[in-house]
Ligand binder design. Structure first.
Ligand code: F6R
Length: 359
């Protein structure tokens, strides 16, 4: 039931702070330590490489997961699009461990990979929102997203819940492998900060709607750019905009634009810079400048404390490893309000199904 909300998508965006609190209470202890199935951690400790498999938004959550696992556990991690992995038989390490990310637990391409993984007796974990779904039943281990039903075709709270669970799991494995100490990256505290931060962004809805009207309603193409973890969020931000507002959007590594794609920038093309990492903030700023001098209309989604100028959405400060949990929220709202103000059916975009059960 969407209650007083015009569309499920807005309700599901609004639910994200509570999902973060729920993950903190279910998967961490009062002390801040992760609370994750010990057998799962023991199995993962044996792995020499982690393979994350997903489609669409779940694949994008996997890209963030790679950063978390590599940073906190030092286990090399690959992320694969399910439909590609299924038929390309990528070379595997001696002791692989598979993580399946799927909101629905029913995506056919991901299932195809899992059938193969099981045929080889490799161990796996499914992170899903749907208990007893196919991917839930067929994996060795499972962790639930506890996000509540996601009805809108455009995935929002499942993406942030997937990243939340990956962060908890990476911290747990990192501690078990003695790559990170308990006192570092207090995941319980961080998820609390994220919840508060998400709420602060959501409270700025009206300002974000104004930006959507100014930049995105009048356009047929747009760019999100960033570096590192911000680049992965640029992909998800562009996907959200494409699927419900039909603006042709690209997410891009900001330093790569000038190697060809910048030719697409015209007078008035909107370009959004996502800037949450101190180390690369100035680089992305100068890449934005490059698009401005070719006529782009730019604005930024910036982590508090990093310099701002022009139209800006400020996101509250959290650990640099989990900024996607906050930087994606303005992009979700931009997509929502662009679709809404174009008079489209936000929850049921054309040509799309909520769960893709054919290969
Ligand atoms: C985008 C979206 C899709 C799904 C993808 C995978 O908003 O919803 O890209 O993320 O079809 O679905 P699941 O996670 O159910 O496997």
């Amino acid at each position: 039931d969407k209650g007083t909300y015009p569309y499920y998508m807005l309700k599901e965006i609004d639910e994200q702070p509570n999902v973060m609190r729920k993950l903190a209470s279910l998967y961490t202890q009062e002390s801040g330590r992760p609370n994750v199935n010990q057998a799962l951690i023991n199995t993962m400790k044996q792995a020499d490489r982690i393979y994350i498999v997903g489609a669409g938004t779940s694949y994008h959550a996997g890209l963030v997961g790679k950063k978390l696992f590599e940073k906190l556990t030092h286990v090399p991690t690959e992320v694969h699009v399910a439909s590609e992995f299924a038929y390309e038989n990528p070379l595997l390490s001696d002791n692989p461990f598979f993580i399946f990310l799927s909101q629905s637990g029913e995506t056919a391409d991901s299932r195809e990979v899992l059938v193969n993984v099981n045929a080889h007796d490799y161990k796996s974990l499914t992170i899903t929102n749907v208990e007893n779904s196919t991917l839930f039943r067929e994996a060795t281990y499972t962790m639930l997203l506890h996000a509540g039903p996601e009805i809108s075709v455009a995935s929002t709270k499942a993406y942030t819940a997937q990243i939340g669970v990956e962060a908890i799991l990476a911290k747990a494995l990192g501690e078990a492998k003695q790559q990170v100490i308990a006192e570092e990256f207090d995941i319980r505290q961080q998820l609390g900060l994220v919840a508060t931060g998400m709420q602060a962004i959501i409270d700025e809805k009206e300002m974000i709607e104004d930006l959507a009207k100014k930049y995105f309603v009048p356009t047929s193409k747009a760019f999100y750019i960033g570096r590192g973890i911000d680049q992965t969020v640029s992909l998800e931000s562009a996907l959200k905009l494409k699927e419900i507002s039909y603006v042709q959007a690209e997410g891009f590594a900001s330093g790569e634009l000038k190697h060809g794609t910048i030719a697409l920038i015209e007078d008035g093309t909107p370009v959004v810079g996502i800037i949450t990492q101190k180390r690369t903030a100035n680089l992305t700023r100068s890449n934005l400048q490059e698009t401005m001098s070719r006529g782009a209309k730019t604005f930024t989604i910036v982590r508090n404390g990093l310099a701002q100028e022009g139209d800006t959405i400020i996101i509250p400060d959290v650990d640099e490893m989990i900024t996607p949990l906050l930087s994606v929220v303005p992009a979700q709202l931009i997509a929502y309000y662009t679709s809404l103000n174009k008079g489209l059916d936000v929850d049921r975009p054309r040509n799309l199904a909520k769960s893709v059960t054919v290969e």
